[in-house]
Design a protein around this ligand. Structure first.
Ligand code: NAP
Length: 685
């Protein structure tokens, strides 16, 4: 009996009460599964997510990151089941690698970013503390806190695993519960993924609900605390964005949708150059991986008119070598499209493109005698735009399959005009080794793209390619591409959080930020804080040092000792002629070395090491005869991965004898954690 796909709602698997839709295999048309969401109460799903959301927000970023990592490890160990099913969607082994391992990789990437770039806290402050008053008693900072609603994720059919995981990871890391809906055509792979996730028991209750089939009246129950993140076609995106509740309640809406991505071949990159070869290789790959059903695939090949014929000839011969076949065979083939419907749609779009372009390679209607006629197989199709100056459809019609169009240009300005006609894309690649050309194209095209790949002989060997969204870089694009911005490291997490400006006294803001701010109390610590272990150190604890004169002999000794005999330290006349100095001055490094000499408590103790300096600025010259003193204050602390020590960040401010700041920086140290405290999380909380 054909499998009926389940939803996972309110912590239980849900079997639909009817309205089942058959999902055919892309390979042989046989029904693989049946899906429906009939009977699901969407209001109850959103209520449940909101109720459970509080517990998810109650965890720190590090705790959520740790769960993402556990989940990624668990999925890695169970991914074979997903590979086995993916073949039915038309995906080859390599296509599945992008989908399954790419998705798992995104979980790992967010787990690691969460641990490294977010605090072990429930909120995060962004940017610098702004001084809002003359004396510094009124300051402001921006706090990001997770929204109190639910993240609704609607995905496209082409990457059922990656699509779900790349949206889930940042939302969960931010602290939001997720309701995810896969495209029905490949929902059986998504269901298998959710089954593995649920069986693992790793995620907290309510973190993930899964809707198989239509979303019913789900959007009616959203509020301004919710987020909708959509991937799919322009038409569906418009429908969802204009949903009355979404627009009336200003529900956040992130859209990744279709995009006519371009690859531009520079005028310098003629046949025989490495960039020409790279262009051909990249185009063939983008047309055939996942049978061209990638939102980032190259659709428009913008090439110099003078070598259009060469480009077409080489591509024609390379594409002829692509073997279309059954992805389950294990052979190196291009698999079928996701369904016969999808193939019909692609053929119809090619037909529209033919109003402005001729087919120069491939036959969209080709029958493959050795393959199942019920499979959605198709040959790669290359078109050539007849009149690039007046063509419109080649920039508008997305044939979501192994299809691309060659468009000739006469000048770089002309190439820019052509690419801009796509009205905003996810990605474009520039294939050129001419710096001026690359710079002109980048500055003209950046506002129209979410990502630009500059591919040449120097970066090709390690390039991840035109079509690969990466978790650390933004995925999305302006205009037609949806105006969205997913991934991009923490940028993707912040979509699920509210940025709030907090205005307060330094003391109040310090308490909220768990970070000492200048102007907040800085009690002198006895004993010296270098004698305190990580658990005993508290933000605000301060060392006020004695002062020390810096003599000319010190400066000369330092110059001889280090070899730094820069004229500003050694030559009175030359130093005076310099606009910054009154005469010979102390080395900045001498100042911070003496500063360390003043604040360091030398005996062995819990302070283990100095691990660096951040934001060092020399603010005023120090002349021979000046005296310096230091105020060293514990700014913040952060447990490290090791149970043996934690990182302490100190605000170091060096003053001269007039009380003027001559240098300021953050000093980073490692302090030992006491054995019993090793099991605790951040003792600052
Ligand atoms: P689609 O038809 O727009 O469907 C996308 C998703 O929206 C599916 O989950 C679909 O569910 C759902 N949906 C459709 N109508 C809906 C409605 N009225 N209410 C709620 N959900 C609704 O797109 P697709 O055919 O799956 O994907 C192909 C398109 O996606 C291409 O145009 C491609 O360019 C674009 N795409 C973009 C990206 C990107 O990151 N920018 C990535 C991949 C694909 P059902 O399947 O149940 O109808």
């Amino acid at each position: 009996m054909t499998k009926v796909l389940k939803s996972f709602a309110r912590g239980r698997w849900f079997i639909p009460s009817g309205g089942l839709i058959d999902i055919p295999s892309a390979v042989d048309g046989k029904v693989v599964a049946r899906a429906s969401s009939l009977g699901l109460e969407f209001a109850a799903l959103t209520r449940y997510a909101r109720e459970r959301g509080a517990a998810i927000r109650g965890m720190t970023f590090h705790e959520r990151a740790a769960l993402l990592k556990r989940l990624a490890n668990h999925l890695s160990a169970h991914k074979d089941a997903l590979y086995a099913l993916s073949g039915e969607t038309g995906a080859t082994q390599h296509d599945s690698l992008i989908d399954v391992d790419g998705g798992i990789g995104t979980l790992f990437a967010y787990a690691s970013r969460g641990r490294r770039e977010l605090p072990d806290e429930k909120v995060v402050f962004e940017g610098v503390v702004e001084s809002l008053s003359k004396t510094g008693s009124f300051v402001g900072a921006h706090m990001m806190s997770p929204l109190h609603g639910v993240a609704v994720h609607v995905n496209a059919f082409n990457f059922p695993c990656w699509g779900m995981l790349e949206k889930f990871a940042p939302a969960f890391l931010a602290g939001m519960p997720v309701i995810t809906k896969p495209a029905t055509a490949t929902a059986y792979v998504a269901e298998a993924l959710v089954e593995i996730i649920v069986d693992s028991g790793i995620l907290p209750e309510g973190a993930l609900q899964f809707v198989c089939g239509s979303t019913g009246d789900l959007l009616d129950h959203l509020t301004g605390q919710d987020v909708v993140a959509f991937t799919g076609s322009l038409e569906t995106s418009e429908k969802l964005r204009n949903h009355p509740t979404v627009s009336r309640k200003a529900v956040r809406f992130v859209a990744e949708r279709d995009s006519l991505n371009a690859a531009i071949l520079g005028p310098d990159a003629g046949p025989g150059t490495p960039e020409f070869d790279l262009f051909v290789k990249e185009v063939v790959r983008e047309m055939t991986v996942k049978a061209g059903q990638k939102c980032t695939a190259i659709r428009r090949l913008v090439v110099p008119s003078s070598i259009e014929g060469d480009v077409i000839e080489v591509l024609r011969s390379r594409l002829a070598k692509i073997k279309t076949g059954d992805p389950r065979s294990g052979e190196r083939v291009m698999g079928p499209l996701a369904s016969l419907d999808q193939r019909r749609e692609v053929r119809a779009q090619i037909q529209r493109l033919r109003d402005e372009a001729d087919i120069v390679a491939g036959d969209p209607g080709k029958a493959f005698e050795s393959l199942d006629p019920a499979g959605a197989y198709m040959e790669p199709v290359l078109l050539r735009c007849r009149n690039p100056k007046s063509a419109v459809l080649v920039h508008e019609v997305e044939a979501f399959g192994p299809v691309a169009t060659v468009i000739g240009y006469d000048s770089i300005a002309d190439a820019v005009t052509l690419v801009e006609k796509g009205e905003g894309s996810l990605v474009a690649s520039i294939h050129s080794y001419d710096t001026a050309c690359v710079q002109e194209l980048v500055s003209a095209l950046a506002p129209y793209h979410g990502r630009l790949l500059l591919l040449d002989r120097d970066d090709a060997a390690e390039s991840t390619g035109h079509g690969s969204p990466l978790p650390m870089l933004v995925h999305g694009g302006p205009g037609r591409a949806g105006g969205g911005e997913e991934l991009g490291g923490l940028r993707g997490v912040f979509h699920y959080m509210q940025r709030t400006a907090i205005q307060a006294s330094p003391e109040r803001l310090s308490g909220l930020m768990r970070t000492w701010i200048k102007g907040a109390p800085a009690p002198v610590s006895i004993p010296h804080p270098f004698r305190l272990d990580f658990a005993e150190i508290a933000t605000g604890q301060t060392v006020e040092t004695e002062s020390r004169e810096i003599t000319l002999a010190d400066i000369e000794h330092f110059a001889e000792f280090t070899g730094d005999k820069f004229y500003a330290h050694m030559d009175e006349a030359a130093a005076k002629a310099n606009p910054f100095f009154p005469g010979r001055v102390a080395h900045g490094y001498l100042v911070i070395s003496f500063a360390a000499g003043l604040f360091v408590d030398p005996a062995p103790g819990p302070l283990l090491a100095n691990s660096g300096l951040d934001t060092l600025r020399f603010l005023k010259p120090v002349s021979p005869g000046d005296s310096i003193r230091v105020r060293l204050t514990v700014k913040s602390k952060r447990p490290s991965r090791s149970p043996e020590y934690g990182e302490v960040r100190w605000d170091a401010e060096v003053f001269n004898q007039h009380g003027e700041t001559v240098a300021r920086y953050d000093l980073l140290t490692m302090s030992a954690r006491p054995a019993p405290a090793r099991k605790q999380t951040n003792p600052a909380k």
